[in-house]
Design a protein around this ligand. Structure first.
Ligand code: TYD
Ligand code: MG
Length: 450
């Protein structure tokens, strides 16, 4: 009989210790060591190898047929559809729409004749049914199982042999052999490992749903990324309707693709042409607004950023940023102060990106800077102008990738003037109908913008 022993595991970094400690010796997190019971017989390996190596030329070629999900945007992100036998992790904040998306996909697969199984460990069957009615995803071939015991789920999958399975969510399931509570790092790893074995052994596509937890990534999807084939994150601001589905790992495709979706009253719909969605309405021009030529995945996307710089009634001025990184905005404010003499030290600063989007690429720097300056000056940027460029600490404007694609998209959306980093003059694209203003520094850009 296997001997059981207890071990304390840090829920943040996975470090083990035979005795309890208040603080993890590795990652120094307080209160993260949780007791878990281990069967000492579990990890034993058999000493005799049962498989022989095979010459690489004798391995059958990958003839796996991709399975289409019915959402072309998602298929693109997956690298051309789902690969049977793969495990896909779908992570995101609670309430962002993971269950809704997955239900829509399953319904499409079921309608296309696949045998699909939705395992819900969080919601009741009734709730699932109600959601399916709402998004019009009812289908006879869509089977639902409300179960939290992973061993039972495994047995049912083996018996039922579906083509596609969803485990919603990996944190709500528990494995009876693991002594810790559901959602702990050992539990989620064991379940993900079990899912991988099931998928590979039976050619079943398995989707794992994982919540990104508030405290960074404790026992969240991040700890599972290395186990699965594909990792998708569902991003967005739940107070806005737009969602971005992003591949951060993909063994069967590129990680450059994103899908843009919109949450409506009847579930998620795909946005194939985001033209103008994130631009100022009616071409309105106001102080504090700039149009950034961004790139999301491989797709150019024009987005309005807004800034408000105002007198503060408080002794400590505020810096409130949504849709960008606070540290990036602080850096830009410091550069504006030092290099362009624009002081905001005693003023409140608010920054917002349209539609709940996140502008994380450095190419958005110049847009943020000009929006801030525009608010300080109380003066709108010259009409029909878009900008891009990374800002360095010396106030220089650095080149960005895919400049021509950005400019072409701006032209397509009716903008006529772009402020871009001055790279080698012969590398600068010429785009008919577009006035291109190359700038070397933030000061240049300010001059060009007003
Ligand atoms: P859900 O898929 O349950 O999120 P998750 O599984 O990621 O936790 O979606 C939750 C939100 O989506 C909820 O606030 C309601 C909203 N919603 C819609 O706006 N339209 C819809 O058709 C559906 C099904 C949900
Ligand atoms: Mg859910």
């Amino acid at each position: 009989m296997a001997r059981r022993s207890s071990v304390f595991v840090c829920q943040k970094c996975g470090t083990n210790s035979p005795k309890w400690m208040g603080r993890c010796p590795d990652c120094s997190t307080w209160g993260s060591m949780i007791e878990e019971i281990r069967d000492s017989g579990r990890d034993k390996r058999s000493s005799t190898a049962t498989v022989d190596p095979v010459s690489i030329t004798n391995i059958p070629e990958d003839s796996s047929q991709r399975v289409f999900t019915g959402l072309e945007e998602l298929d693109r992100v997956l690298g051309g559809g789902m690969v049977p036998g793969s495990v896909i992790l779908l992570g995101g904040d609670p309430g962002i729409g993971k269950s809704t998306l997955i239900l829509q996909i399953l319904a499409q697969l079921a309608a296309a004749g696949q045998k699909v199984l939705y395992v819900t460990a969080e919601e009741s069957m009734r709730q699932i049914r109600m959601r399916a009615q709402r998004v019009g995803s009812e289908s006879e071939n869509l089977m639902v199982l409300a179960e939290t015991d992973f061993a039972a789920v495994t047995e049912i999958i083996r018996k039922f042999m579906p083509d596609t399975v969803v485990l919603d969510s990996v944190q709500a399931l528990y494995h009876p052999d693991i002594g810790s509570s559901s959602g702990s790092i050992s539990q989620v790893r064991e379940i993900a490992g079990g899912a991988v074995a099931l998928a590979k052994g039976n050619d079943i596509t398995i989707w794992l749903i994982g919540h990104v937890t508030k405290e960074g990534a404790i026992a969240g999807p991040r700890t599972l990324e290395h186990l699965v084939d594909t990792v998708l994150y569902f991003e967005g601001d739940s107070s806005h309707a737009y969602r971005i589905l992003r591949a951060v790992k993909n063994r069967y495709g590129s990680t450059n693709e994103i899908a843009l979706l919109e949450m409506t009253g009847q579930g998620l719909i795909q946005i194939t042409d985001p033209a103008g969605l994130f631009l100022p309405t009616g071409g309105r021009r106001s102080p504090g607004s700039a149009v950034v030529m961004g790139v999301e995945g491989t797709r150019p996307l024009l987005v309005e950023v807004q800034a408000l710089v105002a007198q503060t009634p408080f002794p400590n001025p505020r810096r409130t940023v949504s849709g960008s990184e606070l540290s990036r905005v602080l850096l830009i404010l410091a550069v504006l102060d030092k290099r362009a003499g624009i002081q905001t030290g005693g003023l409140d600063v608010f920054v917002n990106v349209a539609g709940g989007l996140k502008l994380t690429e450095p190419a958005a720097d110049l847009g943020l800077a000009l929006a801030l300056v525009s608010s300080v000056f109380e003066k709108p940027i010259i009409e029909h102008t878009a900008v891009c460029g990374e800002i360095g600490l010396a106030g220089e404007v650095r080149p960005v990738a895919r400049l021509e694609a950005r400019i072409r998209e701006a032209l397509r959306l009716g903008l006529t003037r772009v402020i871009v980093p001055a790279t080698d003059i012969d590398k600068l694209p010429t785009v008919k109908g577009m006035e291109i203003v190359p700038v070397h520094s933030v000061e240049d850009a300010i001059e060009a913008a007003f």
